[in-house]
Design a protein around this ligand. Structure first.
Ligand code: HEC
Length: 246
């Protein structure tokens, strides 16, 4: 471990190395934000990234199925009455039971939908002539799978731990009140742990999307703060001539 405790005592080549590292990490973080924007933007049908998009990414749309969406849009006009729509939506909400389908839903579909929605129509539309076919447009969107969350969690935790550790090691050479420093080095770690934990909570309770956004924002801000303060103190700060604690 190096013997110095503040930037003032580091060599210029050390500072150049630290600065290049911090700038590269900062740029990487901006690209990570761009990646996040492009992978979640517009999930709710509105352009741009919102908390609603994050909810849908982790929690899913649940009652929103291709069938439900189509009936709420133009396909609803093919039904004879709003009651028929109610019957179909109730069947989806109750869990798409096969007996309930045959008793209540199939007659409606046979009457109003299959003229176009069958292989015979030759229109190339999803066929709706039996349970299996209708189920293809009735799968609930339940958001991110646990498997994919576990995969992304382990990649994030391993990668980000290294980034935060090395940025933090440089940052502790800054001079500031010691309690501020002790808290500041811990914040980005706490934020990323909270962020990843809230992915799972959002899968169960969609309101936790706000915690995902807030803790993700806190991690970004604290990382940016450590990078900017380190670069500033490295090159521009005049130290007081007093011994300091680590
Ligand atoms: C007159 C022909 C016609 C009838 C009748 C009809 N549809 Fe459609 N349906 C279409 C066409 C054309 C499309 C594709 C274009 C669109 O989405 O508007 C479509 C699209 C759909 C989709 C979207 C498929 C996807 O890719 O997500 C669903 C679901 C659907 N219809 C369900 C129904 C249901 C349920 C009924 C009966 C209440 C019905 N349709 C009646 C012509 C029809």
């Amino acid at each position: 471990m190096p013997g110095y405790k503040r930037f003032h005592d580091t060599s210029v080549s050390e500072r150049i190395l630290d600065t290049m590292f911090l700038l590269t990490i900062g740029l990487g973080y901006l690209f990570a934000l761009g990646h996040m924007y492009f992978s979640h933007e517009g999930r709710d049908g509105q352009p741009g990234l919102s908390v609603e998009d994050i909810k849908i990414a982790y929690y899913g749309k649940h009652q929103q199925t291709r069938l439900g969406a189509a009936l709420n849009a133009s396909m609803g006009g093919n039904l004879e009455s709003p009651e028929q729509k109610e019957i179909i939506f109730k069947w989806i909400e109750n869990g798409t039971d096969v007996d309930e389908f045959n008793a209540n839903v199939a007659p409606i579909m046979n009457e109003n939908c299959v003229t176009c929605h069958s292989s015979k129509s030759g229109m190339g539309l999803p066929s709706l002539t039996n349970y299996e076919e209708v189920m293809k447009v009735t799968h609930n969107d339940t958001g991110a799978s646990i498997q994919s969350l576990v995969r992304v969690s382990h990649i994030h935790l391993f990668g980000i731990a290294f980034i935060l550790f090395f940025v933090g090691r440089i940052f502790i050479l800054c001079e500031m009140p010691i309690m501020v420093k002790r808290i500041a080095v811990a914040i980005p770690f706490i934020a990323i742990l909270l962020d990843i934990l809230s992915w799972y909570l959002t899968k169960i309770i969609p309101g936790f999307a706000y915690i995902v956004v807030l803790s993700g924002g806190l991690m970004g801000l604290s990382l940016a703060g450590q990078i900017l303060m380190s670069i500033h103190q490295m090159w521009f700060y005049k130290p007081k001539q007093v011994p300091i604690e680590m």
